[in-house]
Design a protein around this ligand. Structure first.
Ligand SMILES: NC(=O)c1ccc[n+]([C@@H]2O[C@H](COP(=O)([O-])OP(=O)(O)OC[C@H]3O[C@@H](n4cnc5c(N)ncnc54)[C@H](O)[C@@H]3O)[C@@H](O)[C@H]2O)c1
Length: 333
């Protein structure tokens, strides 16, 4: 594979830190971009950001994409845009403004800077399964209509619209719709992170809704593999791809698996269902298989064991920054 100069935005985040590491590990030159103070979990972002400090092949640039000057930043072969404000629950009420600012405004500015570059880079944009709303009796394909049901999902749909518009004007763009990503360094607001921390502390697991909702849980190493493939493959401009595991697993079943791994009896602390949360996410990732030769390799039992091991290592104390929580994609042996 030819080595590229890649800008990875959101590199202090859960997915972005893994992508930055994996690309540097594969010999690409990585410009890691983030504004850790903009993270919904600034403490986690600061740890991930520090972890990139001494990575060979990684150069860090702290910039707020919603206000900073992006002209010089986008001199690259590819921009992998993972920065933003994720999460359905936190996007209601006061969180809506952050979703608009860090998802929509930041993406509009980044796309404009890329389009204005002397040699416009390929741009890979992270979207979300939430743009579909809930799946019915079959998995979602990229041709399905978008039915965003929360401010977060609406902001991702708007990001997609801006990206499609840029593609029509000639920018080589790819949109990746990620489905429920999990694994080492998962965001502290996400379900498995909260469940595992609660389980390790001997507390009941906080579950929103009745646990009957099902998700296409996708391990971060698989997501990284799809993202790196999209960043380094010449896809038709405007390509949109689902990046999700083909199974959809009820949250309750995932909790049973986790309880076994943690060696606890599953006790649930039931919380009110989250408005706009899909009853089911279900991915048809056939297009990604066809265009990228990608399909997910990691099943839920194996992937959860990997995440639990990371939480246990974290609880045991700090690791050297360069080794903390790397997924198998970029993990030192
Ligand atoms: N994690 C998932 O399950 C999932 C699922 C679907 C889509 N996504 C999308 O993937 C991307 C990455 O998600 P994640 O889980 O790693 O989130 P994350 O919150 O861990 O990472 C996002 C990063 O973006 C940075 N950021 C936010 N606003 C910024 C700004 N204005 N300028 C510069 N940096 C900024 C944050 O500091 C943070 O480090 C997001 O676009 C998210 O919507 C994630």
């Amino acid at each position: 594979m030819r080595s590229v100069r890649a800008v990875v935005t959101g590199a202090a985040g859960f997915v972005g830190s893994h992508v930055a590491e994996a690309m540097a590990h594969a010999g690409h030159e990585v410009v890691a971009v983030d504004a850790p103070a903009r993270s919904a979990s600034p403490a986690a972002a600061r740890v991930n950001w520090a972890g990139l400090a001494d990575r060979p092949g990684v150069h860090r640039v702290e910039t707020d994409l919603a206000v900073g000057d992006l002209t010089a930043l986008v001199r690259a072969d590819v921009v992998v845009h993972l920065a933003g404000r994720p999460g359905v629950r936190s996007s209601w009420g006061a969180g809506r403004a952050a979703a608009v600012r860090d998802n929509v405004t930041a993406t509009r500015r980044l796309l404009a800077a890329c389009a204005a570059a002397a040699a416009p880079p390929r741009v890979v944009v992270a979207s979300s399964s939430s743009v579909y709303g809930s799946a019915g009796g079959r998995p979602h394909t990229e041709r399905d209509p978008l039915r965003p049901a929360s401010p977060y999902a609406a902001s991702k749909a708007e990001m997609e619209r801006l990206t499609a518009e840029a593609a029509v004007r000639g920018l080589p763009t790819v949109v990746l719709r990620y489905f429920s990503v999990y694994g080492p360094r998962q965001r502290p607001d996400m379900a498995f992170h909260r469940f595992i921390e609660a389980g390790l502390a001997g507390h009941p697991l906080p579950v929103f809704g009745d646990g009957g909702q099902s998700r296409a849980f996708t391990h971060v190493d698989d997501v990284v593999a799809a993202t790196v493939a999209a960043a380094t493959t010449g896809l038709p401009p405007g390509t949109v791809l689902n990046v999700g595991h083909p199974e959809h697993v009820p949250v309750r079943a995932a909790i049973d698996l986790l309880a076994g791994l943690l060696g606890v009896r599953p006790r649930i602390d039931h919380r009110a269902a989250v408005r706009g949360d899909a009853a089911r996410t279900w991915a048809d990732s056939g297009e990604a298989a066809r265009l990228l030769g990608w399909s997910p390799r990691i099943g839920l039992a194996e992937g959860l064991a990997d995440q639990v091991a990371w939480h246990r290592r974290r609880a045991a104390g700090p690791e050297p920054a360069h080794a903390s929580g790397a997924g198998t994609a970029g993990r030192p042996s």
